[in-house]
Design a protein around this ligand. Structure first.
Ligand code: SF4
Length: 674
């Protein structure tokens, strides 16, 4: 075991890995989408198409989706599943032949589903018939072969590879999966949030608890093996400890820094981060550390003895926290914190202008955090556009397209003449949607949801009257979006006090989006049950359906479909502009102002701010129209929806049918005719 720790190299000893055996890649399409269910939907469409019988299609997914080893799959997080699986591949021990490991020690046996010959048979079977992820898992279980590795082996011979965003957009993940973009076609679907997605993939946040735990584990590791580690390895271990204590120390003050300033104040500029990262990669120190923690999981350690006196004093001074006695076993159920910190170090190697460091101090060190914020997504998109033969970004709500062309393609070095845009209408006929702006309520009160007036009781009362009127005439479900959870609570509490909820309840059961994801399924099932029940009872009872109060950007605004009776009317209350005081948003706007030219006299930062709002609106209102036979009313409740700069950012299929009616009575009349 010690050899393992002494080694600077990967402990495969230079033996070729199975997946190192090169196979020729045929020309293919990489089809990438946001969620696993969207990819499955795409694969099902391929099966239905005339090409379904003679196209070789492979779906890639995470271990969480594809692992068939029950003992590994049931682990708490994706990173734990990944680490355990990788650990198992690296161990040469013989498998028990049973359904995987049942305790920590047996976790380190080879996975029984990862056998070369069986995987080759599985791969051949995959290429014969198109299957979605669920079917891949079923076949994997039948053949006792791992679908995660089996699908990877099938990539070279596949003609279409369906894969999630992360696998395509994160360069090292892409390379680790054996994906070769050169001369192939890339299609990125559901691309409306592509810029934000790339930013999120490459922005890394490290919490105080992660930094402390990594420091803690590595200190123990260093203490135990100090006398036996090679001098060079010991030097790198000490450098990583220095990095970790620098991260913990800087958590004592909320601040925003450029990368260079951060490196300077933490004195990390004295280290060669590239060499430290290379050491981490070659020695696989984070995985070894995880194994070390598992091995000594029953040891109790006094954390105060691990920290230097100065570090200990700083911790106590900054956070008034006394480091405690921590059983090592507490660390074994979490993924390797050092691995996460390696990603943060990697982020620090970005160019100074392309990112910022946001340090947020909270009352407790464990809740404080440091985040690398990527400002320029194009740096990580460049390799995709340079390698691929062509890249198609597609989506239902891509407006405004200039963001993609300017911030992704042009910034990634693609000349404007090579970027083509194509826009078409929605599959549903124009008379199946009725989008309306509502500038005044039933008593003529102006609908003004700007920050200054949005809490006015008179405004909330008038909004309530709009919903009562709409509930009286719209059948089935109404989905009403608010700009934030806090605002939704404020409105709901006001309506409860004034009795308005009771008035709406006469016609619609009132349900609210829960703040925690855990309750979403329950609320959705209640919502759909009520609507179905009301429909089956017809006019024999007063209630005609339900109304769901949701939040833009919340759990209901993306990925959940309110098709048919679940969404006969969508109400958008106000314009959900993001918080201008957010330091991250300010930095992004400043970055855009400094690096892009004004458009029509307006600064790019301001345009970005408006786009964030309108993209969120477009996502939310798009929830109700889900297929050709569907129909719905869309009420945009705020006088600002009449402005041309707002209307121009709605999707064409909505803006071309938009009715701007002066009086609420006219709007109500139009809705009643649907
Ligand atoms: S090899 Fe496959 S089945 Fe085995 S643990 Fe890893 S992902 Fe799961």
């Amino acid at each position: 075991m010690l050899d393992d720790y002494l080694s600077d190299d990967d402990n495969d000893g230079g033996k070729p890995k199975e997946d190192d055996l090169e196979e020729e890649h045929i020309t293919k399409i990489y089809f990438c989408s946001r969620t696993h269910s969207q990819l499955s939907q795409f694969v099902r469409e391929v099966i239905k198409s005339p090409y379904g019988d003679d196209t070789r299609v492979i779906s890639l997914g995470s271990r969480q989706n594809l692992c068939v080893n029950e003992a590994v799959k049931k682990l708490k997080s994706l990173s734990l599943i990944n680490e355990t699986c990788l650990d198992m591949q690296k161990k040469g021990k013989k498998s028990t032949g049973q359904d995987g490991p049942s305790n920590k020690r047996s976790r380190l046996t080879t996975c029984p589903y990862h056998k070369y010959d069986v995987l080759q048979d599985f791969k051949d079977a995959l290429l014969l018939e198109v299957r979605d992820i669920e079917q891949l898992v079923t076949v994997g279980k039948q053949m006792k072969a791992c679908p995660y590795y089996g699908t990877r082996y099938a990539i070279p011979a596949a003609e279409i590879v369906a894969l999630p965003y992360n696998t395509l957009l994160h360069k090292s993940t892409r390379e680790a999966c054996g994906i070769k973009l050169k001369d192939n076609i890339v299609i990125i679907d559901e691309a409306h949030n592509l810029l934000e997605t790339i930013n999120n993939i490459y922005s890394v946040e490290v919490t105080g608890v992660q930094a402390l735990r990594a420091h803690n584990q590595l200190s123990q590791y260093e203490k135990k093996y100090r006398s036996r580690l090679k001098a060079k390895n010991l030097m790198y271990v000490k450098q990583i400890l220095f990095v970790l204590s620098a991260i913990v120390k800087c958590l004592g003050e909320t601040q925003l820094k450029t990368i260079n300033d951060f490196l300077f104040i933490t004195q990390l500029d004295n280290l060669n981060l590239f060499k430290v990262l290379r050491y981490c990669e070659r020695s696989q120190i984070s995985r070894k550390l995880h194994g070390f923690v598992e091995k000594y999981s029953d040891t109790e350690i006094n954390t105060s003895k691990l920290y230097s006196q100065i570090f200990f004093k700083i911790l106590t001074f900054l956070f008034l926290e006394k480091p405690a006695v921590v059983p090592m076993r507490e660390f074994t159920d979490m993924s390797s914190p050092l691995m996460h910190i390696e990603s943060f170090l990697q982020a620090l190697t970005n160019a100074d202008k392309d990112g910022r460091i946001v340090i947020s101090k909270q009352g407790l060190l464990s809740q404080s955090s440091i985040k690398f914020l990527l400002l320029n997504p194009a740096v990580h998109f460049t390799s995709v556009v340079q390698e691929a033969r062509s890249v198609i970004v597609a989506g239902g709500t891509m407006q405004p397209i200039s963001e993609f062309t300017d911030q992704l393609f042009h910034s990634a070095g693609v000349s404007p003449s090579r970027v083509m845009t194509y826009s078409c209408g929605h599959v549903i006929p124009g008379d199946h949607i009725l989008p309306l702006t509502v500038s005044t309520g039933p008593s003529g009160y102006e609908m003004d949801f700007t920050f200054q007036s949005r809490e006015s009781p008179a405004l909330l009362d008038e909004l309530g009257r709009i919903l009562v009127n709409i509930s009286n005439i719209v059948p089935g479900g109404i989905v009403c979006f608010f700009p934030s959870y806090d605002y939704e609570s404020l409105v709901f509490n006001h309506w409860q006090k004034t009795g308005l909820i009771d008035r709406i309840s006469k016609k619609k059961k009132v349900l609210r989006e829960p703040r925690k994801s855990g309750g979403v399924e329950h609320i959705l099932s209640q919502y759909s049950t009520v609507i179905k029940r009301c429909k089956s009872f017809g006019t024999t009872q007063p209630q005609t359906g339900a109304i769901l109060l949701c939040v833009v950007g919340g759990k209901m605004s993306e990925g959940i479909n309110f098709s048919d009776d679940l969404g006969r009317c969508v109400v958008m209350v106000g314009l959900p502009y993001p918080n201008l005081k957010s330091p991250e948003l300010k930095e992004k706007m400043d970055y855009l102002n400094a690096n892009y030219v004004n458009s029509e006299g307006r600064q790019p930062g301001q345009i970005h701010y408006e786009n964030l709002c309108m993209k969120a609106v477009n996502q939310s209102i798009g929830r109700a129209i889900r297929h050709r036979g569907d129909y719905a009313t869309i009420l945009l409740v705020d006088r600002r929806y009449n402005r041309n700069n707002v209307v121009s950012k709605l999707p064409n299929w909505i803006s071309q049918h938009l009715l701007k009616l002066e009086k609420f009575g006219l709007a109500l009349g139009a809705v009643s005719k649907v």
